[in-house]
Design a protein around this ligand. Sequence first.
Ligand code: COA
Length: 379
Amino acid sequence: MTLEMIVRPGLEGVIALDTRMSHIDGMAGELTISGFALEEIAGQATFEEMVYLLWYDRLPTADELALFSEKLASKRDLAQPTLDVLRASADKKLSIMDALRMAAGTLSLYTTSDSLQDGAEVAVATFPTIVSAYWRLLNGDDPIAPRQDLSHAGNYLYMLDGEIPTPDRERAINTYLNTVIEHGLNASTFTARVIIATHSDMISAMVGAIGALKGPLHGGAPGPALDMVFEIGTPDKAETVIRAKLDAGERLMGFGHRVYKVRDPRADVLGTEAKRFFAEGDQQDLYALAMHVEKTAIALLEEYKPDHKLQTNVEFYTALILHGIGLPVDLFSPTFAVARVGGWTAHALEHINDGLRIIRPRAGYSGEFNRAWQAMTDR
Ligand code: COA
C-alpha cells in the first residue's frame, strides 16, 4: 500500500492526533479544557486542580486534591546541581528561558528515569522554584526556599519577593496560570509530543518544549501590548497615537489572532479577572487607561481593517494582569512556561497512555540529483 503524500507547509490544518486535553473553536471564540468551558473553570479551580483534571480527566475529590497538592508541594525544592546551573547562568546574565531550559535538564537527577508520572510531577512542581530562584540570582539576591504550606500559585509569588501574597494577588496569578495552561497542539506542546512519542523520557520532552516556547513566534510578547498603553499615557491621547500607528502600517500589539476570529476567550477570562483585581488599590488609573485604549483600538481596527474583525487577544490582558500583580516584563514568558508545563505533561502522559504512534511526517526534497563528485583541486 502506498500512502498519498499531501504537502502542507508547517502542517497547517493537519490533524495529527486526537486529544482529550482541549478543543479550540476559533470561529465561535470558545476554548474547552477537558470538557469545561474556559470561563467556567479558570477562575474557580486551583492550579493544582487544573493539573489533576488534565492528567486524570476528572475533577479530584477533596481528599484526592489534598493528597495531590501535598505531593506536588513536597517536590518543590531544588537540589544543589540545579542551583549551581542557575548561578552559572546568572553570572553570564543568560535569559530566564535559557536558564529554565538548562535547569530543567538537571531534573533527571530528581526522577526515576522510567516513571513518566514522577517526571511530570517534578517538572510541574519545580518550574516556579527554578524561575523565581533564577530571577532573584539575576538581581543579586539569594533564592527563597519554597514553602509547602502555600498553594502552587501563592508559593510562586512568595518565592519571587519573600512576601506572602494577598488573596487578591494569589487569585489573579492562579487565574492567569489556569487560563494559559493548555491550548491544543501549539508548537511547544507538539515538540513535547514528538519527543515523548519516541518513548524518550518526560524531562527530555519538557526541555524540548521550553526550547520551542522560547522563540518569539510562540512564547509571545505580552510586553509590547503594555508598552503601547504606557506610550499613550492618558486617555485623551489614545486615538491620536493609535491612528498614527495604523497610518504608519504598524500592527497594534495585543490585537488579532490567527485562530480566534472573534474575541479570544482567554482575553475574556483575564479581562474579568483584571476588572476584579484592579477594582481596589492604587492602580485604578492604569486599568481605566487600558480599558480606554482597548475600546479605541478595537473601534479603529474596525475602521482601518473592516474585513478582518480584529479583537483583543490574550497578550493584552496577560500584560495588564501580570503587571498589576507586580511581575516585571522579563518574567512574562517564563511565567507562561510555569503554567504551560501543566499542559505539556498532560499531553505527554496521554500520548503514552493512549499508545499513540511516533510522529514522523515526510519532507519534500528541493535539492538536486545526480551531482558528480569533484576532486578537491577542481572545486
Ligand atoms: N494591528 C493592525 N493590523 C492588524 C493586526 C493588528 N494587531 N493584526 C492583523 N492586522 C491586519 C494585517 O495588517 C492585515 O491587513 P491587510 O490585509 O490590510 O494587509 C490583516 O489584518 C490580516 O493580517 P494577518 O497577519 O494575515 O492576520 P492573522 O490573523 O494571520 O494575524 C497575528 C494574527 C496575531 C499575527 C496578528 O493579528 C498580529 O500581528 N497581531 C499583533 C501581535 C500580537 O498581538 N501577537 C500576539 C498574538 S497572541
